[in-house]
Design a protein around this ligand. Sequence first.
Ligand SMILES: [Zn+2]
Length: 165
Amino acid sequence: MGENCCGEVKAGAGVCELNLEVGLKQGQKRAACPECGTPGKPVQRLTVQALLGVSLAEMQEGEYGFCRTAGCRVVYFLADGEQVFTQDQVRERVFQKATELEDTPVCYCFQYTVGEVRNRGKVILEEINAGIQAGKCACELRNPQGSCCLGNVREMVKSRGKTKQ
Ligand SMILES: [Zn+2]
């Protein structure tokens, strides 16, 4: 075992899709985004720390949620609604906020964009799966939603499949 200050981080441990509900304890309600009112998805502090483009000194105590509403500028919000971080305070363009743009990332680990997934989604799905199998993904550190992109990619491929000639 080597030196690793982040020993807790199981990046690419092959549990990609299992940590979707991380942070939500039993009986805990999903906090709603203070701006759009939609219940957000709890994210690990680590994800917020990794993705913020502003000083981490600004982070407060408490649980953060992720807002996936397309038209809402909020990306992360404190569960008590006292603080929000918006798209311009986050390092990455958030997939859910800009799905219409070709160069918006879908997979932040292996760097596939909306345009690429539209063009060769099925192949990309396989490539992402292979990357996950090989333990190369780090969704909680790279994807603003704090979990694996596979669901988003699958959804795009599915809806694409219906309209493809
Ligand atoms: Zn919102």
